[in-house]
Design a binder for this molecule. Structure first.
Ligand code: ZN
Length: 230
């Protein structure tokens, strides 16, 4: 059972997780979600990133198996957030930014587990992180440990949820990419991945594409600056 299913969005973090999984496991599948995100350009990026990784890392390429895109557009119909609507990014009264999509990661892992159940996969990998993050409760280690238990109880399975970035800050995420795949992987992340919340994939910076001012861009830029300075 040396296989894994990676929650792969086409962003920086999930690309590093994909590389991490390709080092750990014999066979690696990917899953992505179309939830009506404003930055749906990431869905195009994810296909390109997979192809670029296959081309640059043939040994990893042999391990890459199926890719599945799940239609979860119903989520954007019920979630009033700035990730799914054209509204200004700001903080809600509860202290969370309105980029938080309630239930998103909970749903993602349930769908991933259902697919893993069918494919006979035991390891689920996600790029959640509570070190340098926007405070989303569904990115926390405690949430994901509880979710793993709930999924295993509810499906009668023994899935393991891996979150290799949980205790890694954004600068260390770049370091991890360098260790895993050297400069070729850094180049793929800079040139091909997408993390910007507002979907700007035309403005290019040293750290990649993005508006440069949304919370995702700010985190990515600050991490890259710290990584380059180290
Ligand atoms: Zn941005």
């Amino acid at each position: 059972m040396n296989n894994a299913l990676v929650l792969f969005s086409g962003g920086q973090d999930s690309t590093v997780c994909l590389a991490w999984a390709l080092e750990q496991f014999e066979t690696v599948h990917t899953i992505g979600f179309d939830y009506g995100q404003r930055h749906s350009v990431e869905l195009t990026c994810r296909k390109i990133v997979i192809e670029k990784i296959k081309a640059a890392f043939p040994a990893w390429g042999k391990k890459i198996a199926s890719d599945t895109l799940i239609d979860l557009k119903s989520l954007s119909a019920i979630a009033d957030t700035s990730l799914t609507r054209e509204t200004e990014i700001k903080f809600n009264k509860n202290g969370l930014p309105n980029t938080f999509v309630p239930g998103r990661n909970l749903l993602f892992f349930n769908y991933a587990a259902a697919l893993a159940y069918r494919l006979g996969i035991k390891n689920l990998v996600g790029g959640m992180c509570e070190t340098d993050y926007s405070g989303y409760p569904d990115c926390r280690d405690e949430t994901l440990k509880a979710l793993e238990r709930a999924i295993n109880l509810g499906m009668g399975e023994d899935f393991k949820i891996h979150t290799p970035l949980m205790w890694v800050d954004k600068a260390k995420t770049w370091d991890m990419a360098k260790t895993l795949g050297g400069q070729p992987l850094i180049d793929i992340i800079v040139d091909e991945t997408h993390s910007c919340y507002v979907g700007d994939h035309t403005t290019k910076h040293s750290w990649g594409f993005g508006c440069g001012t949304c919370p995702a861009c700010e985190l990515r830029e600050a991490g890259f600056t710290k990584y380059k300075a180290a």
